[in-house]
Design a protein around this ligand. Structure first.
Ligand code: ADP
Length: 327
């Protein structure tokens, strides 16, 4: 579906050049929601922009839908790009145009018939939940609504791929969640392959099935999300894992919270502990996952499943000592 083969990108500067991508190999399968995560400056934006040739690679091959973009004529490239939608962190809407016009732009540029445009835009605005905003201007919309317009516009030409460039980074957590749900629906309902670049671990955790971790223009780890984050190898990947774990410590009181499939979680006001049979934190049921992970223990440290009594004892002891106990 999308394949990058040994892609390099060097930005030539007056004084020195910057190697933003150094030998990227990446394969995104049809129907994937593929995340690329990395800290600022890792090369994520450059990477995503090479996939629609907004940025031409200095060397290497970019193949989308079986077409090697570097070998296409300008006209063929314009056609190929219609199958690659893109949304942006800052939405990239035209402030002087209505929501209707913003969504219609790709269709107007294509020379689509007026009635068809009206029908398609209506369809798209209904899909993203903005059917009543057709005549509004971007300045009258919230950030989440602006991104929905961006999404509707990206879908106008029926793409097979949707590229998301930090699409939720400017949004609050609740709006982020609703946009991620919308992306998931697009993936499921239209079977559109999605590639997301982000520096936010929860984005990957919430909707991606595969992930690549980037650092210094290279992919340092990639694979199934469960495998990569369940057993992170590189320090950067470990850092990303720790960001979500600490984010999710809630200030609530639990006793033994759950025992399920070899997992036991317990907590009190000072502590959230978890015993995992497996080191895959993501196999936790969703409600448990967001409430109870504090320690992600490697499997060798979680011996057998603990009895409820022994977990309660641990919880009590920890409460008494006022510090967490790691099983
Ligand atoms: P990220 O999206 O992960 O923050 P970028 O792809 O934006 O990373 O940048 C990767 C590297 O390439 C950085 O060192 C950045 O300064 C450099 N870079 C990005 N765009 C340009 C450009 N147009 N000209 C020169 N250097 C650039």
């Amino acid at each position: 579906m999308i394949e990058l083969q040994n892609v390099h990108k060097v930005y030539a500067g007056k004084e020195k050049s910057v190697a933003a991508l150094t030998g990227i190999n990446l394969k995104v399968e049809q129907g994937d929601i593929f995340g690329v995560i990395g800290f600022s400056g890792a090369g994520k934006s450059t990477l995503i922009r090479t996939i629609n040739f907004l940025e031409r690679p200095s060397s290497g091959h970019v193949i989308v839908d079986n077409k090697e973009l570097g070998s296409l004529t300008s006209k063929q490239l314009r056609e190929a790009r219609k199958r690659i939608g893109m949304i942006f962190q800052n939405f990239n809407l035209l402030d002087s145009k209505t929501v209707f016009k913003n969504v219609a732009i790709p269709l107007i540029l294509n020379g689509t018939d007026k009635n068809q445009i009206a029908q398609r835009v209506h369809e798209l605005l209904t899909f993203v939940g903005l059917e009543d905003k057709a005549d509004s201007y971007p300045s009258e919309l919230s950030g989440g609504q602006k991104q929905r317009v961006g999404i509707a516009r990206a879908l106008a030409t029926n793409p097979s791929v949707l590229l998301c460039d930090e699409a939720t980074s400017a949004l609050d957590p609740q709006t982020t969640a609703s946009i991620l749900q919308l992306l998931e629906r697009i993936n499921r309902q239209y079977n559109i392959t999605i590639l997301i670049i982000t520096h936010e671990m929860h984005v990957i955790k919430n909707i991606c099935n595969r992930v690549a971790v980037m650092e210094n223009g290279e992919i340092i780890e990639q694979g199934n999300v469960l495998d990569v984050f369940g057993n992170p190898q590189a320090m950067t990947t470990k850092n990303f894992v720790s960001t979500v774990i600490h984010d999710e410590v809630p200030p609530i009181i639990w006793t033994v919270s759950a025992t399920h499939r070899g997992i036991a979680a317990f907590s009190n006001s000072n502590l959230l502990g978890i015993a995992l049979k497996s080191h895959y934190y993501s196999i936790l049921p969703k409600n448990l996952m967001c409430k109870s992970i504090y320690y992600l223990l490697p499997p060798q440290r979680c011996k057998a499943r603990r009895s409820t009594t022994s977990l309660l004892n641990c919880a009590e002891q920890s409460h008494r000592l006022n510090k967490p106990i790691i099983l």
